[in-house]
Ligand binder design. Structure first.
Ligand code: ADP
Ligand code: MG
Ligand code: MG
Length: 248
């Protein structure tokens, strides 16, 4: 689904990604862990096409297409979802308006009929209940005044409604209490654990991986993948720390 080969990227002329390679096949969940400043968020932003992140080498193929030939909205329409460490607030736009607009514009790009108001509301209720997010939250302006945990649950509801083929989740677990972590973990499993789908789960800590079992765990350090293993690698990192595991 996603093939990253020898990717190099920089911000303001400063090289951040330095030859990163990674392949995610359908049905796989890959966790990316790594010390602060390793380039994890940069990878997520580059995949999302955020301005200011300049790709200087390598290639990324997403569902058979050159990712860098696709505009950010085309990436979304092709089924890529990005969840960020610091979700944006959009004053003046309700969550429901925002999501219906986003979903219907993606459906339109795929040549599908838009959902009616009633159909959309039914879908939104179903996903909100799955993620234990009160419907009132969906009527409020996007993320405005939401707590950290509410933003993350909200992001999971967004993901449930958009039903992407591929999700890149950057520190979806940051700032969550144990209950919210569990809900988010179960949300990722129920929405994205699928033989047709793929996930890149970027996380600092092993604890989310108690709920979402990764098929592969990669350590990203200084802009490249330096080690790959299974879920045991994450447990080893938690126990021993990055320095020790990377030196081994
Ligand atoms: P991680 O998510 O792994 O903690 P980031 O991808 O956020 O790491 O950052 C990687 C490196 O890029 C860090 O050294 C960081 O300081 C640098 N960086 C991030 N954003 C900018 C920016 N806007 N300008 C310059 N350097 C940046
Ligand atoms: Mg960081
Ligand atoms: Mg980061």
């Amino acid at each position: 689904m996603l093939k990253i080969e020898n990717l190099h990227a920089e911000i303001n002329g400063k090289p951040i990604l330095k030859g990163l390679s990674l392949t995610v096949n359908a049905g796989e969940i890959h966790a990316i862990m790594g010390p602060n400043g390793a380039g994890k968020s940069t990878l997520a932003y580059v995949l999302g096409g955020r301005p200011g992140y300049e790709v200087t080498g390598g290639s990324v193929t997403f569902m058979g297409q050159d990712l860098f030939d696709m505009e950010p909205h085309e990436r979304a329409a092709a089924g890529m979802f990005l969840g960020f460490q610091y979700p944006v607030e959009i004053p003046g736009v309700s969550n429901l308006q925002f999501l219906r607009e986003a979903l219907n514009s993606q459906r339109k790009s795929r040549g599908e009929e838009p959902l009616t108001g009633g159909e959309f509301l039914k879908l939104a209720k179903e996903k909100a209940s799955l993620l234990k997010l009160d419907m009132d939250m969906l009527k409020r302006n996007v993320n405005v005044g939401f707590s950290g945990g509410e933003k993350k649950r909200n992001e999971m509801v967004q993901m449930g409604i958009l039903d992407p083929m591929f999700a890149v989740l950057d520190e979806t677990d940051s700032g969550l209490d144990i209950d919210a972590l569990k809900v988010v973990g179960q949300g990722i499993n129920s929405i994205m654990r699928d033989a047709q789908k793929g996930v890149l789960l970027i996380t600092h800590y092993q604890r989310l991986l108690d709920y979402v079992q990764p098929d592969f765990v990669h350590i990203l350090s200084a802009g490249a993948i330096v080690k790959t293993g299974d879920a045991d690698l994450a447990r080893q990192l938690e126990a021993e720390g990055y320095d020790e595991v990377m030196a081994a």
